[in-house]
Design a protein around this ligand. Structure first.
Ligand code: NI
Length: 173
């Protein structure tokens, strides 16, 4: 495994619509392992392949599975790897939250996201996978899938600002 370089604005990879993955070969496995390592080292809770300069529809997320676990200090986090992810259902209820992005250092924004999303895609071996995410996890999925479509949180934010202190790792995706 190896750390990949996280690209930042104005890298054009961040503005491209990424391609669907068709081959579940060794290079995809290496990419996924590297993305997980890179996300952890950043540190962040999510990473999309365009953030390491690759126009491939791959995301990795590491976060609490249930919203109530966010309050528990020792609750384990789970890793999701999703290839060609798609939001198939989104709740009408929206939640506002402060987001940051590893590709836009030093900036935060208030973004409205669906409170719950159902995401389907493929796992790292090409097998179908479906996830129901709520709260902050739902936010992370929406943020990462936006990356695959060349959309950055700043385009969705009601307002953006430069935080005075370093952003908490859990807000960086
Ligand atoms: Ni991001």
């Amino acid at each position: 495994m190896a750390l990949r370089n996280i690209v930042t604005l104005p890298d054009p990879a961040l503005k491209r619509k990424a391609h669907a993955v068709t081959k579940f070969d060794k290079s995809l496995q290496t990419l996924i392992d590297d993305m997980v390592e890179t996300m952890r080292a950043a540190p962040g809770v999510g990473l999309a392949a365009p953030q390491v300069g690759l126009s491939e529809r791959v995301i990795v997320i590491e976060y609490f599975e249930k919203p109530e676990d966010e309050e528990k200090e020792d609750a384990p986090k789970k890793v999701w790897t999703l290839v060609n992810p798609e939001i198939v259902k989104a709740s009408p209820e929206m939640l506002r939250g402060a987001e940051g992005c590893l590709s836009i250092p030093g900036l935060m924004g208030e973004v409205e996201r669906h409170a719950e999303v159902h995401v389907k895609g493929l796992n790292r071996h090409g097998k179908p996978a479906k996830i129901k995410a709520q709260g902050w996890l739902a936010r992370i999925f929406q943020h990462e899938i936006d990356h695959l479509n060349g959309i950055l949180f700043t385009e969705r934010a009601a307002r953006v600002w430069q935080p005075e202190q370093q952003v908490e790792a859990e807000q960086e995706v």
